[in-house]
Design a protein around this ligand. Sequence first.
Ligand code: PLP
Length: 408
Amino acid sequence: MILVNENYGKLEASYLFSDIAKRVKNYQQANPDKELIRLGIGDVTEPLPPACVAAMHKAVDELAERETFRGYGPEQGYDFLREAIARNDFQARGAEIAPDEIFVSDGAKCDTGNIQELFSTRITVAVSDPVYPVYVDTNVMAGRTGKCARGRYKKLVYLPCTTENNFIPSLPEQPVDLIYLCFPNNPTGATATRTELKKWVDYARENKALICFDAAYEAFIRDPEIPHSIYEIEGARDVAIEFRSFSKVAGFTGTRCAYTVVPKSLQGFTRSGEPVALHAMWNRRHSTKFNGVSYPVQRAAEAVYSPAGREQVRGLIDFYLANAAIVRETMLSLGYPVTGGENSPYIWIDAQRDSWKFFDRLLNRAGVVTTPGAGFGRCGRGFIRISAFNSRENVEKAMTRISKVLKR
Ligand code: PLP
């Protein structure tokens, strides 16, 4: 008899996006002539930077010739990309990360989801609330969380992110072994200072814990005081894995390229306390279960670091940040406390009422789709997330409409 993994039955059905879709459909049926503006999505809208497109074209041409054709590549990524990443994203910031500590992949979603395979099902996992759901659901599937009751899994440790703590989680009150942190944060848009990150690195060092640091939105950081990588913090090499992605940096959500940094100094432990190198474990997992990212896509990712690529990527991010500033200022001027939107594409708005009611009001009266915070966790109730990923015209139009509705 083929028995199933019953942990899948513990997954809370995510009603968030299907609920949103249902409400949007109802609105469109009732208002067939009204144009809808979607500021709920986390997908980018602008095309690939020309430097990436040119590099991809050239790579495809190479594959068309016998002399330059390539078949299976190294699962961990081609040296040209690993070297460019190590040099530009880490060494240039004083973080000692070597090219062979970088594992190129097809997504930060997959990597943040798969990383937990390296750890025992007996460890205690901490996540922030609100949270990017992948960290939670993959631990549910693995059997680490227990059952869900009233929106919270019994064995997970939740770290509330609220107005009171500026959406930066406090250290847990009980011992935890694996901690997921995400800065700039999805959904709150909050960023962490050096001091705040150091607190977590020190905690992990003292408790032989591990930090999974999701920096998928790193490119949006403009404030020079905010660290881009956890490895800018002393001692982090021994206690942290970092996840990055080209998705939001360079519009690669459909093209697919990301990477994970697993330093060689990172250790896990057996039950008898023997240290085990996590780098070797991840290398084994990656080469066993992953085929590598295609050559043209890795060449396109490499082009992000070329002089033209850098300039184009900066322009792209500046464009979304200018959208974010418009949203942020509009909501503030209407009297709604906001966080994010300054070093992040997400603006987290204190709706001062039930998030679904606020969502409905913006949908039905302004024709604007947002994301209710309740979908990201209990602490998200009463908030909505607005995303800066849209055209300038749409963002401006949406803010004009929202202003009219909320001013009344
Ligand atoms: N991590 C966070 C916090 C995200 O919000 C997202 C995408 O929305 C991802 C990771 C996924 O990135 P990728 O497109 O590389 O899978």
